[in-house]
Design a protein around this ligand. Structure first.
Ligand code: ZN
Length: 516
């Protein structure tokens, strides 16, 4: 690499018709490359990049010359069977990363190191939150503590539904094949769906919640006065991803979305999007994320719906972000065939980006599944459907949260908020009594308190609970017992001194209220 970078050889691109490219690589004895190009549709062109004597197929783009690759690091070597089949020959893959400056390279390496420390799979094990098991690849076994975090997120989002005009619904997990034919899923995504059959009928586990919400919408006659009608669901979806692509709880086969659908008219798109963006900003801030990147994906070449509808929808999405004071990028042509969308991406503590939120306009599915409302004119119309999710997959979002906070979840979400430790047996009863009081000390929720009354050195007990990243560790010795107080240690080994129980309750209540 150093040699190549020092040579500063120009990298040049040329384009060959597919068949010529196949013949060219065959003549060089490069049969694997010939095979890859052979799989490209006939009539397509193939781009090749050359530096010095080496020429390879690549979609590009490339740096203009090898001199741009001075700041690099080779990361790892891996053997891979050709086409992933162990009967084939094993090839060697070398992974590396290169950056424009030494600083940027260093920043990237530091980020990777930090990411490894925060890896949710590692923290999930150490903090006893969840595990993934061979008995069901790509689906999560939630342990009591992890499920407590889950419940925290779900209940918070449920309140968001309730406070913002959504009605929570629940659709079935398994739906008839005929429905997925109508939505187009059976044709396009059949390989990614889990199917089953009963009494000679084929079914699929739902890969999305949307059709279920339309079926609910279609019950009874809807009038324009009912719109906008907002349904929300914590809908579990299954998608049959190849096991090679799965990643902890971030990429799974079964996930639950905070999925919502707004049935409305074109005129509602703008106000709904403005309200939604404000809501999403509040939710992300409550979970500790302040940086959001906004993108609007506009009409692709092949699409349904009139240009007039697209004009209106795209304008409404962009205008809503302008009204919300958000700068945004445009991804031309990246919208779905059925409508444009806004993508909301979080930036985490170490600079990584996670697309979580989405707001998608859909002119198609209501028609396909026969959703109608009676308009002011007395005639029947298809509503516009807005698909929206704020956190997206709860599994993935909890993975992001764990990594963002390096396992030290904010007090309001922490599975255990307080541990009470005695120094000697003489304070055991006092600790039990205080723990019982603490649990019931807030008016509208139970504090999650544990006691550790083992006959162990107090330093060891403190160390163990610190490793679990608890927000608060309370210690009681004779002095504290006599004073009816506790010695408070906050996360990060902060000694907050001795406090009365009331003073501590006030402190933790403040944390929870402010989502700290
Ligand atoms: Zn949807």
């Amino acid at each position: 690499m150093t040699e190549l970078a020092n040579k500063d050889e120009p990298v040049t691109r040329r384009v060959l018709p597919r068949d010529e490219a196949v013949a060219y690589f065959k003549s060089l004895g490069e049969h694997y490359k010939a095979e890859i190009i052979g799989a490209i549709a006939p009539g397509e062109d193939v781009s090749l990049y050359r530096e010095g004597k080496f020429e390879d197929l690549c979609r590009g783009p490339h740096v203009p010359s090898t001199g741009k690759l001075k700041h690099f690091k080779l990361m790892k070597l891996a053997g891979a069977y050709w086409r992933g089949d162990h009967r084939n020959e094993m090839l060697q893959r070398i992974y590396g990363t290169a950056w424009a400056t030494k600083d940027e390279l260093q920043q990237h390496l530091t980020m990777l190191e930090e990411a490894e420390k925060r890896d949710h799979r590692k923290l999930g094990r150490e903090l006893d939150l969840f595990h993934i098991d061979e008995h069901s690849p790509g689906t999560v076994f939630w342990h009591p503590k992890g499920w407590t975090v889950w419940q925290g997120v779900e209940q918070y989002m449920r309140k968001v539904y309730q406070d913002n005009g959504y009605q929570e619904v629940k659709g079935p997990q398994i739906l008839d094949k005929g429905l997925w034919e109508k939505t187009g899923h059976w044709d396009k995504y059949r390989d990614n769906m889990f199917t089953t059959e009963s009494e000679k009928r084929d079914y699929a586990l739902k890969p999305m919640n949307c059709p279920g919400h339309i079926i609910i919408f279609n019950q009874g006659i809807k009038s324009y006065r009912d719109l906008p009608l907002r349904y929300g669901e914590f809908g579990q979806c299954h998608r049959n991803e190849p096991t090679g692509g799965l990643h902890g709880i971030m990429r799974v086969r079964a996930f639950t979305q905070d999925d919502g659908h707004i049935f409305c008219t074109e005129a509602h798109i703008l106000p709904e999007c403005v309200a939604y963006t404000a809501l999403l900003q509040k939710v992300y801030a409550d979970f500790g994320f302040k940086n959001i990147i906004y993108k609007v994906a506009t009409r692709p070449e092949s699409r349904i719906g009139s240009d007039e509808s697209w004009d209106k929808a795209e304008h409404a999405l962009m205008e809503s972000l302008r009204l919300s004071g958000c700068e945004f990028e445009i991804s031309p042509g990246d919208g779905a065939f059925y409508g444009p969308k806004i993508e909301y991406t979080l930036k985490d503590a170490i600079g990584r980006q996670w697309q979580c939120g989405t707001m998608q306009v859909d002119f198609s599915m209501p028609q396909r599944l026969g959703a109608e409302y009676v308009g002011e004119d007395g005639a029947r119309h298809n509503p516009v459907m807005l698909h929206r999710a704020i956190v997206g997959s709860l599994e993935r979002f909890i993975g992001i949260l764990v990594e963002e906070h390096a396992g030290a979840l904010p007090t309001w979400l922490a599975p255990v908020q307080v541990a009470l430790l005695n120094i000697t047996d003489a304070q055991a009863d006092y600790c039990r009594e205080i723990a019982a009081k603490l649990k019931k000390s807030l008016p509208n929720q139970e504090l999650r308190v544990i006691t550790d009354l083992r006959n162990e050195k107090i330093t060891r007990k403190i160390r163990e609970h610190s490793m679990q990243k608890l927000p608060y560790i309370l210690v009681a010795g004779d002095k504290e017992k006599e004073a009816g107080a506790v010695a408070v240690r906050a996360r990060g080994n902060l000694d907050l001194g001795v406090m009365s129980l009331d003073a501590f309750v006030q402190k933790i209540a403040g944390d929870i209220a402010h989502k700290l």
